[in-house]
Design a protein around this ligand. Sequence first.
Ligand code: G3H
Ligand code: 13P
Ligand code: ZN
Length: 337
Amino acid sequence: MPLVPMRQILDEAAKKGYGVPHFNVNNMEQAQAIMRGAEEVKSPVIMAASKGALKYSDMLFLRNIMNACIEKYPKLPIALHLDHGTSVDICQTAIHLGFSSVMMDGSLQEDGKTPRDFDSNIEITREVVNLAHPLGVTVEGELGCLGGIEDGIGSGQEKLTDPDKVKEFVEKTKVDALAVAIGTSHGAYKFKIKPDPDKNLLAMDIIRRIHELCPDLHMVMHGSSSVPQELIAQINKYGGAIPETYGVPLWAIKEGIKAGVRKVNVDTDLRLAVTATIRKYMKEHPEQFDPRKYLEPSRDAMKQIIMERYIKFGSAGHAFDYEPMTLEDMRKFYENE
Ligand code: G3H
Ligand code: 13P
Ligand code: ZN
């Protein structure tokens, strides 16, 4: 108790109209920051590993770090999620590792770059749903392509989601959640000009239209780091060289949540927090060489960002609203659907 299916976390978020941050994890300090933050503000947790994270950690290490989170925080609902699976095999591997949710990113081919056509996206996503649902595991799909290629995931050609294709996609695949392309991109370099709240930054009309057409669908906003300017300034002050860049501001994320977004993916902001903290520490303590001395403040810096996101997206305070479901409960739910 309680590894929960991500579907339950999103269903509960939809009932009360809030969003849940998805945080990527690669190592122990990130995992601890995510859990410590969640415990402090009482939020459900979506902890995600990308293919790159699994490779970096030889899979087993990250899987066991994630399992340690479940053991150490037995009261918090936690979903373990595969981020951007681009093949049936990787989704299957994640399910075998014990993840309670997988993303089959069928918007792209297995190389994670070349766009995949609509019918083939339906086919491969449906194949993953057929493997996952009988085990109670949640599936997130993706329709449309995000811009940007910095994290090795993305075609570099933005293709916004066509709302008129969504209903067919969801009905044919039976996905639990859908990532939509509305103008965000992965990484730190999202916008060159400071976003103006009086101008349309993202294609919110797409989100609103999808919500009208499929009111029960849980939408996911990828590429939703806010790229805090103070972190960019700190990185640059202590030797970094990050050009002027802006992320997705909180007001835009809140608009999305109001219109039906239930999961908001954040990775880059945690990377920036770690880098900013370590750069500063190294500069100010040139005599130090114990990694714990700089990993500890970097973990605290991530925790601050994480708590802020739990609070601002609205999931804080909701960890104990419901009885956690098991994968077996969810399996029965799918069976009776
Ligand atoms: O969507 C991309 C995530 O930020 C994961 O990035 O593939 O570098 O682990 P990664
Ligand atoms: P960021 O790069 O904006 O943090 O997005 C992360 C993401 O979408 C992970 O799937
Ligand atoms: Zn993503």
